[in-house]
Design a protein around this ligand. Structure first.
Ligand code: HEM
Length: 138
């Protein structure tokens, strides 16, 4: 069976990540998580592509560059509840759709994407707009 990496290839993963952040940048459905990100999403397009390359069964580009694939720590400064998690997953679903992902690929990724997004979720409530440098109470 092919891995998602084999199905998408490097260009496909890049296209998916570009679409993902372009959707986040413009869709009102993703406004809460858009506000958590830096103004320039360019660097994130590259980082997510590097991460997903390894996560999808390709070469461990992100691990080689940053020394870890743990996503808990880089997300710790952000308030990620169910709303934020679902907005992230919604952007990814839209991006898969927009880039013409096959039904096979979407099915293959469905559960693992839900799992990793749930693992990154770091609270039960969904406060909004808090990012680094903002003091959160509770
Ligand atoms: C669950 C909802 C999620 C939210 C709200 C979220 C939000 C964020 C934010 C705000 C940043 C920092 C962006 C910046 O510096 O401008 C970030 C970084 C990142 N996120 Fe997420 N994220 C989520 C899930 C995920 C998932 C599921 C993955 C991987 C499959 C992922 C991969 C990354 C990567 C690779 C980085 C860069 C980390 C680094 O600094 O090296 N995120 N995320």
């Amino acid at each position: 069976m092919s891995t998602p990496y084999q199905m998408l290839g490097d260009d496909g993963i890049r296209a998916l990540c570009n679409a993902f952040y372009d959707i986040m940048d413009s869709a009102p459905e993703a406004a809460t998580i858009r506000r958590m990100h830096a103004a320039d999403l360019g660097p994130m397009k590259v980082k997510l592509a590097e991460y997903l390359t390894g996560w999808m069964g390709g070469p461990p580009v992100y691990a080689d560059k940053y020394g870890s694939v743990c996503m808990t720590e880089p997300h710790a400064p952000y308030r990620i509840g169910p709303v934020e998690r679902d907005q992230w997953l919604w952007c990814m679903q839209q991006a898969l759709q927009q880039t013409g992902a096959s039904e096979e690929l979407k099915t293959l990724l469905n559960v693992p994407l839900q799992r990793i997004a749930a693992a990154i979720q770091n609270r039960q409530d969904s406060g909004t707009d808090l990012g680094p440098g903002v003091i959160a109470v509770g």
